[in-house]
Design a protein around this ligand. Structure first.
Ligand code: S3P
Length: 434
């Protein structure tokens, strides 16, 4: 599936579940690995990223058995058994986080206080992403970590050691950095306090609390104390980041109605819903429930006339992974939209400011790159052409959504990158397009 060819369908009608949340999927394994006992993880998403976390916890001696696999093959029910951080086994091979920044950064927090030496590596994208942001504060807690560029780049070697709690003001609003330090704080002496510049996703806080950790949040400050945790069942909600392409496709296609069911609507993740509402989206949220400590709902969208929008400030961490696909929504709004304060996009799986604007420009979009965002001149009708993913799953889906309302055929090269988070994406798209 290296190359995918798409032409816009006459109608787009879909009623689907998005795959299990990738962030929660990683945490269901890494945090149960840090806990003692046995737990069941339901609807674990089998994307390449979460499977990288699965292979790593297994290499650390955590017993993970697959109880059941969904008929479509893309999610599993898992049984996870661990003896806690101090019971982890020294791995006899290099731990490969592949394309997954979450795996590498959260695992570093776990390994820093574990009784072992381990080497972590990843693919060429991950080897170029900034790890100094976690390595420096971990070292301040007493961690022993070595790597290229004084530990700023993988491969990284960690020699687990006794850690001390500390207070840390985070320079970026990053849930991966926050989670790394909170996980290290679970085995550090005393208290670890992290202060975020703006709220980022809080799945780690919710899950370690459910597992019995001593954790408190107030405003943007989170405190955690050394804790022994008990393994706890996790039901993984649908991923709002994977629902996002459907939401935008349903809004920009001229004859569409799409429902995505059981989507996680944790308020630290719903920035995209706020922005789409502001753009005048025809969107309804129904069937709100709470499952395993996380809120979920069904979201329905229909073809809409969209207004331009300004996106910046504290909302950015609440929609960081959705900005590429939101660019497509902005292209369909009559007027100028601006995304700012999003320099973090430049250090994702690709430089997503450059890859999003560069590829969409090939389709006729007028997008101006800014150091920390994009200016999008909406209202131009896009035309299909040859575009490429740069190996980035979110770019593949963004281009597929753009193709849904473009003239002619769009050819997406490197479309197999979609496996990182959403292996069923093109099958579902094919089923809904007529
Ligand atoms: C994630 C946090 C975000 C997000 C990533 C997943 C997580 O990254 O972009 O896809 O699971 O904690 P940052 O925390 O680096 O912003």
């Amino acid at each position: 599936m290296d190359t995918v060819r798409l032409t816009p369908p006459r109608t787009l009608q879909l009623d689907i579940e998005s795959p299990g949340d990738k962030s929660i999927g990683h945490r269901s394994l890494i945090l149960n690995a840090a806990a003692k006992g046995e737990a069941t993880v339901t609807r674990f998403p089998r994307g390449a990223d979460t499977l990288a976390s699965l292979a790593i916890v297994r290499a650390l001696g955590v017993r993970v058995t697959e109880l059941e696999r969904a008929a479509d093959g893309y999610s599993s029910t898992l049984r996870v058994r661990s003896n806690g951080v101090q019971g982890l086994k020294e791995p006899d091979r290099i731990l490969n986080a592949r394309n997954s920044g979450t795996t590498m950064r959260l695992m570093l927090g776990l390994l820093a206080g574990a009784p072992l030496t381990a080497v972590m590596n990843g693919d060429s994208s991950l080897r170029g992403r900034p790890m100094g942001r976690v390595v420096e504060p971990l070292r301040a807690m007493g961690a022993q970590i070595w790597g290229r560029n004084d530990g700023a780049l993988a491969p990284l070697t960690v020699h687990g050691s006794a850690l001390n709690g500390f207070t840390y003001e985070m320079p970026v609003a990053s849930a991966q950095l926050k989670s790394c330090l909170l996980i290290a704080g679970l085995s550090a002496s005393g208290k670890t306090t992290v202060i975020e510049p703006a709220p980022s996703r809080d799945h780690t806080e919710r899950m370690v609390f459910a597992m019995g950790a001593r954790i408190r949040s107030e405003g943007n400050t989170i405190e955690i104390e050394r804790s022994e945790m008990t393994a706890t069942d996790v039901i993984v909600p649908g991923d709002i980041s994977s629902a996002a392409p459907w939401l935008v496709a349903g809004l920009v296609h001229p004859d569409a109605r799409i429902t995505v069911r059981a989507v996680g609507i944790n308020p630290t993740r719903t920035g995209i819903l706020d922005v789409l509402r502001e753009m005048g989206a025809n969107m309804t949220i129904s069937n709100e429930q709470e499952v395993g400590g996380e809120p979920i709902a069904d979201i329905t969208v229909e073809s809409s006339d969209l207004r331009p929008v300004e996106v910046g400030g504290a909302i950015i961490p609440r929609l960081i992974d959705e900005l590429p696909v939101l660019t497509v929504a902005a292209m369909h709004a009559n007027g100028v939209s601006r995304f700012r304060d999003a320099a973090e996009l430049r250090v994702k799986e690709t430089d997503r400011i450059a890859t999003t604007s560069g590829e969409l420009e090939k389709m006729g979009a007028r997008v101006e790159e800014m150091p920390d965002g994009m200016v999008i001149y909406g209202g131009e009708r896009l035309g299909g052409t040859v575009v490429r993913s740069h190996g980035d799953h979110r770019i593949v889906m963004t281009l597929a959504v753009a193709a849904m309302a473009a003239r002619g055929e769009t050819v997406i090269q490197g479309a197999d990158a979609v496996h990182v988070s959403y292996p069923a994406f093109f099958e579902q798209l094919g089923a809904g397009a007529t």
